[in-house]
Design a protein around this ligand. Structure first.
Ligand SMILES: Cc1ncc(COP(=O)(O)O)c(C=O)c1O
Length: 472
């Protein structure tokens, strides 16, 4: 039955079908062309952005024209983050069924913040959390929440740790992490009410791993000065070089001193699905809380993070509150009201974006894709070693390798090398400082990156090296 349009905000069934058809045409064409789209853009972003500034639309526009504007005019002026050549920062993903899941979730628009509003849908999201707990090696009593990304997961972890170890007295609290930790940890500490000086950035060794001996000493110094050490944040895959801290060593120290142990595994966490990842991250399951980013290691679209805690009660104690107008919350450990476990009340049904592809493909498909990323990172490292002018700066502990030109103390030539690689538009690489010196990073994490693209990458690097070194 085709409904008649009675209100402007309610399209008819026919109109909805037409919109979906138009969108599916565009999306399929877009995804089909991802491989041939340039890895980055050349346009002047300022001009493009200005062209898109617009006044409040007082009347409506034609749907097709809006799609043209989005797909043809706006999208091309962006990094091709969903394409196979995106090897920059930490690549994202964007597996297609997640897009379908978002469409369904937004179309049905059910409320998953509280259990009573949609028990079965909340259960699907809880299943996802429990699967993740299993992947990292957590047992019964563990739990967690889906967040918008690693930054919010780290913040939520700090809030839980603060509550569990400091109660209401934050004043002397001290947080320990390494000088390689993602900057969201410092930011989260400040948002959670600590001063920047309450965050100790402990030195790292030649493998960019936190120096546990120095951390031990720092804790003793702070204790002797009457401060209140309460949290150690380890990294399972740093953004800079992919380094994984000695998680067993950190767990032992945290246990001895009674500190909360959080692991930021936003980049590395899902490699726990692989044999090599599990070895590299030994001790992960001993953490009190773990940040995972499904929009990194599970290839999902941006906006999908997760925080897991060994004791779900810790999240509840930090976040649960009440109001007269709210329904009764669940106390049965089998059920959960997500609003009791995080700062959010209303939010999207983000669990569906994970549940649908995991059910559709099965875990094995993700494991295989992650194994492939590890192999590709090893392969490109091997290619880099064959270039005489290049030095591998950090080996892939997981899927990230960094390199630079030899005899380039100020990094200027390496910088030019990166520009020369990127201007070919087959891949997009970014740089960082390793021990104060500029290095180019290759982070292989897109589910669309396969051997053919890595061959292009190796080729471009070789060509760019001869271009830059000839000019020198
Ligand atoms: C190790 C690490 N932690 C935290 C984050 C922050 O995650 P998000 O960008 O999802 O907020 C990142 C982002 O790249 C990361 O690599």
């Amino acid at each position: 039955m085709i409904r008649k349009r009675r209100y402007p905000l309610e399209p008819t069934a026919e109109e909805m079908r037409d919109m979906l058809e138009q969108v599916s045409e565009r999306i399929i064409a877009h995804i089909d062309s991802l491989e041939s789209q340039p890895a980055s853009y050349d346009s002047d972003g300022r001009l493009v952005a200005k062209d898109f500034a617009e006044a409040v639309p007082t009347s409506g526009s034609d749907f097709e024209t809006l799609l043209d504007r989005l797909f043809d005019d706006a999208t091309p002026h962006s990094y091709n983050t969903a394409g196979p050549g995106y090897l920059a920062y930490i690549p994202g993903g964007g597996i297609f069924p997640s897009a379908i899941a978002d469409l369904i979730a937004n179309a049905i628009n059910r409320y998953v913040g509280v259990w009573i509003a949609a028990p079965a849908l909340v259960q699907l999201e809880l299943n996802v959390i429990r699967w993740f707990c299993e992947i990292v090696g957590y047992g019964s009593g563990s739990g967690g929440v889906l967040t918008s990304g690693g930054s919010l997961s780290n913040l939520t972890a700090i809030v839980a740790a603060r509550r569990e170890r400091l109660g209401d007295d934050l004043q002397n609290g001290v947080i320990y992490t390494s000088d390689q930790t993602h900057h969201s940890v410092r930011k989260s500490a400040v948002v959670a009410g600590f001063s920047e000086s309450a965050v100790r950035h402990i030195e790292t060794d030649e493998f960019q791993q936190i120096r546990v001996d120095q951390l031990r000493d720092e804790i003793q110094i702070d204790l002797a000065a009457g401060r209140a050490p309460f949290l150690i944040v380890g990294s399972a895959g740093t953004t800079n070089t992919g380094a994984v801290d000695d998680l067993e060593g950190l767990a032992n120290l945290a246990q001895k001193e009674g500190l909360w142990f959080h692991v930021d595994a936003a980049y590395g966490g899902f490699f726990a699905l692989t044999e090599r990842g599990r070895r590299a991250m030994a001790g992960l399951e001993r953490a009190d809380s773990i940040t995972l980013d499904p929009h990194k290691g599970l290839f999902l679209p941006y906006g999908t993070g997760a925080l897991l805690v060994k004791d779900e009660g810790a999240l509840r104690r930090a976040h649960a509150t009440f109001a007269d107008y709210m329904p009764a919350m669940q106390h049965d450990p089998d059920f959960v009201d997500f609003c009791d476990l995080s700062a959010e009340l209303s939010r999207d049904f983000r669990g569906l974006r994970i549940w649908l592809p995991m059910k559709l493909f099965g875990l094995e498909a993700f494991r295989e894709a992650l194994e492939e990323k590890l192999e590709l990172a090893d392969w490109i490292t091997h290619q880099l070693r064959k270039i005489p002018e290049v030095e591998v700066v950090t080996e892939p502990r997981l899927s990230l390798v960094s390199f630079r030109l030899l005899d380039d103390p100020d990094g200027e030539a390496t910088h030019r090398l990166m520009q020369s690689i990127n201007k070919r538009k087959n891949v997009y690489l970014t740089g960082t400082l390793v021990d104060g010196q500029f290095a180019i990073r290759i982070c292989v994490l897109s589910f669309r990156t396969h051997h053919d693209r890595m061959e292009l990458c190796a080729n471009d690097i070789r060509e760019a090296v001869s271009e830059v070194t000839t000019l020198n």
